[in-house]
Ligand binder design. Structure first.
Ligand SMILES: [Fe+2]
Length: 142
């Protein structure tokens, strides 16, 4: 399963939309790395580590930008956003350590499931909740 961008995911802020597309792209890259590993019968821990690292860096950057923007408009749900972002960053950091050097395809799949679940719940649900607040600030919308 791949995560696809559709226009109804747009929050109306170009920078965040572009960022979300990139985020999905990095997750799909990790998905491909895991698929390759399964096809080869063994995981290349380095390939997974590189994809995870890239994802982790981007999540930190993207969530930071989102928090800045939401804080700027005084969004009431900011605390919920920040907490979910932090939990995800911590979970990825934790899994990077846990799966370091693992060649088990099962581990890589568990990792993918976790990431897919988080994105499905966060980008597709939690991030939709600030749409209305953003609409009250047309200066943010582009
Ligand atoms: Fe978010």
């Amino acid at each position: 399963m791949l995560l696809l961008w559709t226009n109804n995911l747009s929050v109306g802020v170009q920078e965040l939309d572009e960022g979300a597309k990139k985020l999905l792209h990095f997750i799909n890259e990790l998905h491909y790395a895991v698929q390759d590993a399964k096809a080869d019968g063994a995981v290349d821990p380095q390939e997974i580590e590189i994809a995870l690292h890239r994802l982790q860096n981007y999540v930190t950057y993207y969530c930071g930008r989102e928090e800045q923007l939401l804080s700027g408009i005084g969004y009431a749900g900011l605390k919920e956003q920040v907490e979910e972002h932090r939990r995800f960053a911590a979970a990825i950091a934790d899994m990077t350590i846990r799966f370091k050097n693992s060649t088990r395809a099962k581990d890589a799949e568990e990792l993918m499931h976790f990431i897919f679940d988080w994105v499905t719940n966060h980008v597709y649900v939690t991030d939709r909740r600030f749409l209305e607040a953003l609409r009250e600030h047309p200066e943010c919308l582009r």
